[in-house]
Design a binder for this molecule. Structure first.
Ligand code: SF4
Length: 253
């Protein structure tokens, strides 16, 4: 049985619905898109230059041949209404901070199986070793929409994980996520700090996630403070997916 079929069987057994494998070369054009973004925003090179290595993970790990990507849906967690205007939902159910969470356990079992298959792997759950949304898009799991979120059929409440592997494998999936409607700009108009200033563009320097959690020096002006509104944190918190109840009716957006 081909390795891809074995992985398919294991993913099914573990309840992993969205996964795929792309060859490492499929990531190369990420560098071009990143360059475009750097050219569009002030201090783009300083903010985003560090991610250029994500276009070819072989610069860090020369033995890498392919990338396995998994999307985990977290839209089934209930979040208390009182928290929603203040904290980014993702960071309240962040599996990266809780190795005991069901999603994290599933991924650990999945990784153990990859090793059983004799694959050499490397992963980095917190910040990734390659561009996760780009890799997921190339693997056919869903679509990056104009707000830069990655969408699967159930919505954008998903976490992405990737393993770099030493075998040349490929398993590209298909999805049914529609493209953004022509002329739609609701997300751009809704962004409180104007970090999302144009389709597929984002200025990390003014993103709430960074403004509320980064330890780096940031341009934190009164104007930005006003724009933050009720947001307290868009980043890592100690709350996690074991803290909240799963919603038996599903949900998410
Ligand atoms: S608000 Fe409109 S443009 Fe933005 S991601 Fe959604 S559909 Fe696309």
């Amino acid at each position: 049985m081909a390795i891809e079929e074995n992985i398919q069987r294991k993913a099914q057994e573990l309840g992993i619905g969205k996964w795929g494998i792309l060859k490492v070369e499929a990531m190369f054009d990420y560098g071009e898109r990143l360059r475009e973004r750097m050219d569009r925003i002030p201090q783009g090179e300083a903010l985003y230059g560090r991610f250029m290595k994500f276009a070819d993970p072989r610069t860090t790990f020369p033995w890498v041949k392919s990338i396995i990507v998994v999307a985990s849906f977290y839209g089934h967690y209930h979040i208390p209404q009182a928290l929603l205007p203040h904290y980014g939902k993702y960071y309240l159910v962040d599996m990266r901070l809780n190795p005991a969470s069901p999603e994290s356990q599933t991924l650990q079992d999945f990784e153990a199986y990859l090793h059983e298959l004799g694959l050499r792997t490397v992963t980095e759950a917190q910040y990734g070793l390659t561009a996760l949304r780009w890799a997921a898009s190339k693997a056919g799991l869903g679509r990056i929409r104009q707000n830069n979120f990655f969408y699967i059929e159930e919505g954008s409440w998903i976490a992405l994980n990737a393993w770099l592997i030493d075998r040349e494998l490929e398993c590209i999936k298909t999805h049914h996520v529609p493209a953004c409607p022509p002329q739609c700009s609701c997300c751009i108009r809704s962004c409180p700090t104007r970090s999302l200033s144009a389709p597929y563009t984002m200025n990390m320097a003014t993103c709430i996630r960074r403004l509320t959690t980064s330890s780096e020096a940031i341009p934190y002006t009164d104007e930005v403070n006003q724009m933050l509104g009720t947001w307290i944190s868009g980043g890592f918190l100690q709350g996690n997916s074991s803290t909240f109840q799963r919603n038996p009716y599903g949900g998410g957006s």
